[in-house]
Write a protein that binds this ligand. Structure first.
Ligand code: AMP
Length: 115
């Protein structure tokens, strides 16, 4: 998708620190981390947000959770714990309109999910 920053990262037109990649997804460090570990897991197919996922695209979500577990184990924070967040639409504060899953880890995260 033209003018989509995450599509540009997927196409390697914009640099990022990639921590995992396969044919369906890419994962890279968030440029403005909210925790010591802040990774974004992004489907390569451009889908704007959760609400736009078609039935036949739901398998990508299962795959993304497999990748999240793999990253957590590979990077050694699986047992300590982590948080996964996906924003959807205006009220959530979604800034990048390309579906993505935040992984936050590396410290004891606060009890509040909503700021
Ligand atoms: P959201 O508010 O859920 O849309 O989150 C978008 C996230 O993308 C934010 O945490 C940004 O810091 C992050 N972000 C935006 N541009 C880039 C980029 N070029 N590389 C890495 N992360 C980015």
């Amino acid at each position: 998708m033209e003018n989509c920053i995450f599509c540009k990262i997927i196409n390697k037109e914009v640099p990022s620190t990639i921590v995992y990649e396969d044919e369906k997804v890419i994962a890279f460090n968030d440029v403005n981390p909210a925790a010591p570990i802040h990774i974004l897991v992004v489907p390569k197919k451009h889908v704007e947000k959760v609400l736009d996922l078609k039935d036949e695209e739901m398998e990508i979500v299962a795959h993304i959770y497999k990748v999240i577990n793999k990253i957590a184990k590979d990077q050694g924070f699986a047992e300590k714990g982590f948080r996964v967040i996906t924003n959807c639409g205006k009220d959530s504060g979604q800034e990048v309109m390309h579906l993505h899953f935040h992984i936050l880890a590396g410290k004891t995260l606060g009890p509040k999910i909503v700021g």
